[in-house]
Design a protein around this ligand. Structure first.
Ligand code: SAM
Length: 260
């Protein structure tokens, strides 16, 4: 795996690069990796997706979001993720959920996918943290993948107050007003904004934390050489939960592309 790609994966999951090969073990109890598939599915109701629609799920992980959308709307979904183990899981889940024919899962770098994936009705960018940088860079890249009249769904967040935190991995956050301005910078319309309550965000983050703590502790017992990295990872994850609770409000934005 290339260096930049490893960095992207590590950033998106806030993990030391050395633990990347152990991610499938650490995350085995989770299907959705920080996202809210049923919420997105509800939000997408107004888009009239159907069997002729094409959806792109960037950094799709184990396919929880792709599969929820394909099941609900009978539409075609392509998911791309750099972790081949996650893509294999996604294929198995799709078959189990009887949407194997609607879902195509591909191992790949989303930065490469962004260069040639075009003409989608909906592109999803869920829980991918700082990948693609600031919101204006992000939206510029994402909007190229959809048709005029198509939509982009972003699950991320904004600063609770306007003070920049300076925390690594959180540099792309701005206050809500600035974030909205950046997201609509190219004349697009934010048609839906769903704000997570702090309780919802905590539930997602702390459930994640407890499951990886359990698997991390098992991994340390079996592979003592990983003890230091795992302890660091678990400590950082706990700090992240506290930091997000204090500084970040989670939000989902559904944006309609109005022009090329
Ligand atoms: C926090 S998970 C979110 C996964 C999925 N969207 C979900 O919510 O279930 C981040 C995912 O992004 C993937 N990822 C990170 N950088 C990537 C890149 N450059 N190209 C493709 N996938 C990437 C990771 O492998 C991981 O599966």
């Amino acid at each position: 795996m290339e260096k930049d790609l490893k960095e992207n994966i590590a950033d998106s999951l806030e993990i030391d690069k050395i633990l990347i090969p152990h991610l499938p073990y650490l995350l085995q109890d989770l299907w959705a990796l920080g996202s809210s598939p049923s919420k997105y599915s509800r939000i997408c109701k107004k888009l009239n997706l159907d069997k002729n629609s094409r959806v792109l799920d960037l950094g799709c992980g184990k396919g929880a979001v792709s599969i929820a959308i394909a099941k609900e709307y009978d539409c075609n979904v392509k998911g791309v993720d750099a972790m081949h183990e996650f893509i294999e899981d996604a294929r198995v889940h799709a078959k189990k959920n009887k949407v194997g024919k609607l879902c195509e899962f591909e191992v790949g770098d989303l930065n490469t996918a962004l260069q040639f994936e075009r003409e989608y009705d909906l592109t999803i960018f869920a829980s991918l943290g700082p990948i693609l940088g600031n919101f204006d860079d992000k939206i510029e890249k994402l909007r190229k993948t959809v048709n005029v009249g198509g939509h982009i769904l972003i699950d991320d967040g904004y600063l609770k107050d306007s003070v920049q935190t300076g925390k690594s991995g959180y540099e792309h956050y701005a206050d809500r007003e600035t974030t909205i301005k950046l997201l609509s910078k190219f004349g697009d319309t934010i048609i839906t904004e769903v704000i997570y309550t702090d309780e919802e965000t905590n539930k997602i983050n702390y459930e994640f934390l407890h499951l990886i703590e359990k698997r991390g502790n098992e991994l340390k017992t079996g592979s003592p050489e990983l003890l230091h990295s795992i302890n660091n990872y678990l400590k950082r994850q706990k700090e992240e939960c506290e930091f997000i609770d204090e500084k970040i409000t989670g939000a989902i934005w559904l944006i309609r592309k109005n022009s090329d």
